[in-house]
Design a protein around this ligand. Structure first.
Ligand SMILES: Nc1ncnc2c1ncn2[C@@H]1O[C@H](COP(=O)(O)OP(=O)(O)O)[C@@H](O)[C@H]1O
Ligand SMILES: [Mg+2]
Length: 437
């Protein structure tokens, strides 16, 4: 029986050994000899001296996890893939190892072990894996570059579109404000004269009324007074004049606001009163706040004027205040705090609202161009992106967070003297770096 097994194994391409119960080598084939890396004589001598398999050709499992022993004890064939072994010449090899217990009769039991050398396959597989991984990484970094470039392009495009829009809007508003200025001055400037003339005329009528008139004329005079409802007319005239005056005043102040707001100053930096700018902005967004939102002013004393691009800075507060007003669904409040910082070297403007706070997605993306949670037509998602750029161009910071009581808080800090980059404003700033927390 053993002879037959030997014959069978002799020509096998897999290395094979026959072991006794104690793992002494009884037989090995030619492929085994090649795998051990030992010279034929050397190997033959060792085997003749009763060497164990693990002394001739140790595998990494021989020490603790002998496959032959397990197969012997279990009484069935076992197999393990990818077992490492180091050949006599130091070369590391990988095998698929199988162990089969065989009974030769008369109580003689042997273990047949075969070793298929898969070193080359494993190497190829590993190399392939490395190549695939390299390719995957290259593809990924390419995709990242494309994504970054696309984002940059979109920002640049949005910035250009916006700059163009803002400057033409600014020109338009400035033009309209200028055109309205004259006619409203006619009304505003003349309303007092009109009042004075009318009072003179009424005085005349009173004088006439007080005079002793011939009976016939008195009757006619009284009749005429009744016809024109003289008493009502006098009273109503004064009311009318008052409301014309108030209307004209209001229109004049709106025109003034528009002029302040749209003042681009040709990119020049101007000494600016931030508090006045915020008041102007609040006037402009009054329709949004109407009877719904209480504005709480917390203006500290001694806020210095700052050198900045006034039109742009006004726009920042316009954006933040508009967002706050939009965030508040029904009734609520907006608190605007302005205070000097850093011994008067900077100014801080904090705008808090009683709205629902910033959503978790918005928290991270709030200044991304086109990020909006509002319906089409209500939001463009550009407001805070532009604001951040303006603030950054001014060498300032913009931070945002949700307060413990739920509403949002935006804090803008601007240095008293903006750097030159502020002249050009949007898109001219440093790389992104606003902090939020
Ligand atoms: N005060 C605020 N409270 C809650 N969410 C806000 C507030 N301000 C801004 N956001 C969120 O940030 C988003 C981006 O704002 P913004 O850039 O001004 O664009 P838009 O107002 O056009 O949506 C808003 O859609 C909103 O989700
Ligand atoms: Mg907005």
């Amino acid at each position: 029986m053993l002879e037959q097994i030997k014959q069978l194994l002799e020509g096998s391409v897999d290395a094979a050994v026959v072991l006794d119960r104690d793992r002494r080598v009884l037989y090995y084939n030619r492929a085994y000899e090649a795998s051990t890396g030992l010279r034929g004589r050397q190997l033959a001598q060792k085997v003749a001296a009763g060497a164990h398999c693990y002394e001739v050709f140790p595998l990494e499992i021989c020490q603790h996890d002998c496959l032959g022993c397990k197969a012997r004890d279990a009484g069935r064939a076992l197999r393990v893939d990818e077992i490492k072994a180091v050949r006599g010449d130091g070369e590391e090899l990988t095998f698929i190892v199988a162990a089969v217990p065989v009974s030769l009769g008369d109580g003689v039991n042997v273990i047949i072990e075969t070793y298929r050398d898969v070193t080359a396959d494993v190497r190829i597989q590993r190399r392939l894996k490395v190549l695939l991984e390299r390719e995957r990484q290259a593809k990924q970094s390419l995709e990242e570059v494309v994504r970054e470039r696309t984002q940059e392009l979109r920002q640049a495009q949005a910035s250009l579109v916006h700059q163009e829009k803002m400057s033409s809007l600014g020109r338009l508003v400035a033009g309209i404000a200028h055109e309205l200025n004259n006619p409203i001055n006619f009304v505003y400037g003349n309303v007092d004269f009109l009042g004075q003339y009318m009072e003179d005329l009424l005085g005349l009528v009173q004088q006439l009324d007080a005079a002793t008139l011939p009976g016939e004329i008195r009757v006619e005079f009284d009749d005429a007074k009744r016809r024109i409802e003289y008493e009502f007319l006098v009273e109503d005239w004064r009311k009318l004049l008052k409301s014309i005056r108030a209307g004209a005043e209001r229109t004049a102040s709106i025109v003034q606001d528009l002029k302040t707001f749209s003042r681009t100053g040709g990119g020049e930096l101007q000494e600016t009163d931030l508090v006045a700018g915020i008041e102007t902005t609040l006037n402009l967004i009054a329709p949004l706040l109407k009877n719904r939102i209480e504005v709480r002013r917390r203006f500290a004393p001694g806020v210095p004027r700052i050198l900045c691009n006034a039109g742009h800075v006004n726009q920042v507060f316009m954006n933040i205040l508009t967002n706050a007003a939009q965030a508040i669904g029904g009734e609520g409040w907006i608190e605007v705090g302005v205070r000097p910082l850093d011994e008067g070297r900077a100014v801080e403007v904090a705008i808090r609202d009683s709205g629902p706070g910033i959503g978790s997605e918005a928290m991270a993306k709030i200044t991304d161009p086109f990020f909006t949670t509002k319906d089409v037509g209500e939001g463009t998602g550009l407001g805070l992106w532009i604001s951040e750029n303006i603030v950054r161009a001014h060498g300032g910071t913009m931070k945002w967070r949700n307060r413990d009581d739920g509403g949002a808080e935006f804090v803008v800090t601007l240095p008293v003297r903006a750097p030159e980059s502020a002249r050009h404003g949007i898109g001219a700033g440093e790389p992104r770096g606003a902090v939020h927390g």
